[in-house]
Design a protein around this ligand. Structure first.
Ligand SMILES: [Mg+2]
Length: 327
């Protein structure tokens, strides 16, 4: 069954992933965490913010730091900090419901919170029926993401291989261990105040002259644009000759927006008038009709079929450069 996708699972983070930060849920949880540290643990209010930051960076979660340094009871902590009237912050989300329904994968929530909080969030959003399982911080023995044990335990529970899983997260540090073991990682790209629609608007498909042969994406961020182009058919420039296959630019070229190349992968960024680019496996590349690189003819000898030496263009494995192209 070669060629069929092998992916079977979608692992979704919960907080700030299935609902946006602007909802205020996590700010509410954050306030309860601060109050817990003062009232239950006896930490001076002036030290709370710095300790929360330190524990988050060192252990992945404040709770973990409080367990290690103050010996708190994690169950007491989890019940306290998640005691929020969720309905005041979030509500049913039919768009999320439809999006989850359109993804043909088994789904599980993979969260550093506890399953009671996760269940309440899913019920409030009205999307619980999509998830066959909530894998929570108890399942990790209270060692949360990004501890690698949390990811391995999750795979064990689901009886899944890492390379069968997509993971969706709002916290980039929690994706690094997932990537290291072979999961496909998806970062939900929003800051606390920015609605995701404005970010989605910065991403556009580039026009491609052979739509079946490749695709290109342009991402804009301030005065910087990033371009990614990929060819589908990595052999389209191979021509059958009477003697042997050979490669031609004309048959292998593809245009992604202002770029044209016979390379297999294109990555470029344009800031002001400066274009930085890397192109893989090419003989030639153009930007707005001007040559960025054009390999010169070389002389090839010692052919396997003992045919006479001949000249031609050899492909570069990759070409990387930075040029001024004007605005
Ligand atoms: Mg999160």
């Amino acid at each position: 069954m070669a060629g069929l996708p092998r992916y079977r699972f979608l692992l979704c983070d919960l907080d700030n992933t299935l609902y946006p930060p602007a909802s205020g849920v996590m700010s509410g949880v954050g306030r309860l965490i601060s109050r817990y540290m003062v009232e239950r643990v006896g930490i001076p209010p002036a030290d709370v913010d710095a300790l929360k930051r330190e524990y988050y960076e060192r252990y992945g979660a404040t709770m973990c730091g409080l367990m290690i340094h103050y010996g708190i009871d994690p169950e007491d902590y989890l019940a306290y900090v998640h005691n929020l009237p969720l309905g005041q912050y979030i509500g049913p989300n039919p768009d999320l419901d439809a999006m989850l329904a359109s993804i043909p994968l088994r789904k599980a929530v993979f969260t550093n919170s506890d399953r009671e909080h996760a269940g309440r969030v899913l019920d409030t959003l009205d999307v619980r029926h999509h998830f066959e399982r909530i894998i929570d911080v108890r399942d990790f023995g209270f060692y949360p993401k990004p501890h690698q044990s949390a990811y391995l335990r999750t795979l064990e529970i689901l009886k899944a291989g890492a390379d069968e899983c997509f993971i969706v997260e709002d916290a980039a540090p929690n994706l690094a261990p997932a990537k290291a073991i072979g999961m496909v990682t998806v970062l939900v790209p929003h800051s606390t105040a920015q609605p995701p629609e404005t970010l989605a608007g910065r991403i556009a498909m580039m026009p491609v002259d052979h739509p079946r042969a490749g695709m290109g994406v342009r991402i804009s961020a301030g005065d910087k644009s990033v371009f990614v182009g990929v060819k589908n058919d990595l052999r389209m420039d191979m021509i059958r000759d009477w003697r042997r296959p050979r490669y031609t630019y004309e048959s292998g070229k593809i245009a992604f927006g202002d770029f044209e190349t016979n390379g297999d992968f294109l990555f470029a960024s344009l800031t002001g008038g400066r274009l930085d680019y890397t192109i893989v496996n090419l003989t030639k590349a153009l930007y707005k009709g001007n040559a960025l690189v054009d390999v010169r003819e070389g002389f090839f000898g010692l052919a396997f079929d003992a045919s006479p030496d001949q000249s031609g263009k050899g492909k570069l494995r990759y070409w990387r450069d930075s040029v001024e192209v004007g605005r």
